[in-house]
Structures are given as C-alpha cells and as structure tokens.
Ligand binder design. Structure first.
Ligand SMILES: *Cc1c(COP(=O)(O)O)cnc(C)c1O
Length: 347
C-alpha cells in the first residue's frame, strides 16, 4: 500500500451535475453540452463525463484526439466533438469514429473530403481570429455537401456583456443559418449562455461554469463550487515578534503567532499569487496564508483555531471567483493548474 497523499482534491459530483442542470435550464430551448477538454478542466474528464452523462448530457467536447481516446470506452453512446479538427496524423482515429472532428481550416476540409469522411462538425471564425473557417468561405460554399452535425463559432468577449463584439459575432454567425447542411448551430460557452436566448441557437458548450467558475454576475446564483482543496498539517509552530516566515522573509511577526505548515504548494497549483493573500478554513475560522507560498508548503496563521494539530486537515479557499481575486490568476488557470499529487476523492 502506498502512503496516503497529504493533500486531497474533494470533488463534488452533485454540484457538477447541478451546475450542468442550471446551465441547461438557462440555455432555454437549446440543448446543453459540456466541454471536458484539458482533462475536464483539471478535475478528471472521465469522472466528469460519467456523471454528466448520467444526468442526461449527451454532447461533449475535447480539444485533441488524445483526449478523445481517453474517453473511448465512454462515448460510444454519446456525441463527442474534437475542437481542433484533423491533422494528417489524426485521420486514422477520426475515420474510425465515433468522435467527430470539428473542421477549422480549409486544409482540414480538403483532407476530410478527400478521405470521404462522414459526419463532422465545423468551426467558423466570426471575429476571434483564433481557430475557424472564414465566414465568407462558408458563404461561398466551402462546406457544401458535407454532412455537418454541428456548425460552431466561439465568442471572444462573452464575459463582457456590454462588449459590442458579442452582437457582431452573433450577427455574423446567424448569417450562416441555412447555408450548410448542419443539423445544429452552437455559439455560447458558459458566459455566452448568460447573454440570453439570442446566443443559444441549438446547442450550448459550457466548460468553466460546470466546474464552479463564475465570470458574470448572472450565473452566480446558479453555480456551486465543485473542486475543494484540502491539505494536511505537517507541523504546528509558534513564532515570536521579529521572527520572519518563509522564503525571502516577506512576513515579519509583530506579535506572537501560531502557524500551521500545510502540505501543499505551487507545484500543486496553489500558486504563489496566494502568498499573503489566500486563506484556509478549519474549526469554523478563517486562517490567512502567511508569507510566500513555496513549491510544496504553505504557512497559515492558526491562532483562531487553537485545537488544530499536526496531522489535522484544513480546506483552502478555492471557490473560483474568490480564489481568482486573491491570487490574480484566471479561474481557468487555477483549475487546469491543479497538479497530480492530490488524492482525488469524488462524492
Ligand atoms: C473551451 C471552449 C468552450 C468552453 O468555454 P468556457 O468559457 O469554459 O465555458 C466552448 N467552446 C470552445 C470552442 C472552447 O474552446
């Protein structure tokens, strides 16, 4: 038996499912899918797909064929789309199905046609200038005759509801209604769902908010935290006035303080941005991070939790909007930066 890990990621499967149900409701008459790229934004794609499929989610999205293969035993009865399309080396996997490439360059369209590929998806660029086919090319017939399941585009500024770019992208996308054989159109990510029914089309593709991320106020009442960070106390110690704590002695005690040293650090995605700004919870108290976050260790002040001792566990505040404000790191990066030293415990 290996030693138990001194840090845990407690994953709330009920919150994940409830978040999807809320986003599904907010998607109105559109169907709600799930982006599970980057290993389900770091929490575990297989575990996420299993739970979301159990709740009725049928449409999943990954970035690459490697990610699709990871889900292979699961997706046979589901719909899985690969955002980055097909490179030459992906063709064998793509033609074997059942995952569909989301064609996003003229070269990919040619490759798929030449191979007599079957049902596919396609991505149109409506102004983000990241991946996607030009609207004019689609209008001119680039996709004619292709058996497209879902025609997609992606919003660049969905988390800024007042940004005129949203309406411009929506208009460009709507101009393609009926122009291809696509069975479904899809535009909105998590924050895009909050832009309202005009943005929902037939299928929505949330990622971040499934996992507890909230970028727009309108979603806040509907979304719950999914990933909870817990770390074990390796040592409790007292520091005296004038003592310093951690690398570069950035914190100097002005009064006696009780510290707990936790087994977690920036190698676990608890970034240096939490230095002196993060907080933990135990015994009903808020316990501030003291000094610099190290690679594997963090110090917290535990005067407010007198019974906490070596071997006890504390939860670090990883509610994504709050944790992002504390660390200055985007919610997406916080999630996808979680390392692999955690024991992952689903409930
Ligand atoms: C990542 C991604 C999504 C999901 O976006 P969120 O902001 O996480 O909801 C949807 N569509 C595409 C094309 C993406 O790359």
């Amino acid at each position: 038996m290996p030693s138990p890990a001194p840090l845990r990621l407690r994953l709330d499967g009920a919150a994940l499912v409830d978040n999807w149900r809320a986003l599904d409701r907010l998607s109105g008459s559109a169907i709600c899918g799930a982006a599970v790229k980057a290993d389900g934004y770091g929490i575990g794609a297989r575990e996420a797909v299993e739970r979301l499929a159990g709740a009725g989610c049928r449409d999943f999205f990954v970035a690459t064929w490697g990610e699709a293969a990871e889900l292979a035993p699961w997706y046979a009865a589901l719909s899985l789309s690969v955002f980055h399309g097909v490179r030459e080396g992906d063709m064998a996997a793509a033609l074997a199905g059942p995952a569909r490439p989301c064609l996003c360059t003229r070269e990919q369209v040619r490759r798929w046609r030449d191979a007599g590929g079957g049902v596919c998806d396609a991505m149109v660029d409506t102004g983000m200038n990241r991946l996607g086919l030009a609207v004019e090319d689609v209008r001119a017939g680039l996709l004619d005759g292709l058996a497209i399941d879902t025609l997609m585009s992606h919003l660049a500024c969905s988390d800024e509801s007042g940004n005129p770019k949203n309406a411009a992208q929506r208009e460009a996308f709507a101009s393609l209604v009926g122009r291809t054989l696509a069975k479904r159109l899809s535009l909105a990510n998590s924050a895009g769902i909050a832009l309202g029914p005009d943005y929902a089309f037939d299928l929505t593709r949330p990622g971040l908010s499934l996992y507890g991320g909230v970028q727009v106020e309108a979603l806040a009442p509907h979304i719950r935290q999914v990933a909870h960070l817990e770390a074990e106390i390796i040592q409790r110690r007292r520091v005296e006035p004038g003592d310093t704590v951690g690398y570069n002695a950035t914190f100097t005690a002005s009064a006696p303080i009780e510290l707990a040293i936790l087994n977690i650090g920036y190698a676990d995605g608890y970034a240096r941005g939490f230095s002196g700004r993060g907080r933990a919870f135990a015994e009903g108290a808020e316990l501030p991070v003291v000094g610099r976050v190290s690679m594997d260790l963090v110090a917290i002040a535990v005067d407010a939790a007198p019974r906490l001792a070596e071997g006890d566990w504390v939860e670090l505040d990883f509610d994504l909007p709050a944790a992002s404000a504390q660390s200055g790191i985007a919610q997406y990066e916080l999630l996808t930066g979680l390392g692999d030293r955690y024991q992952r415990v689903w409930k």
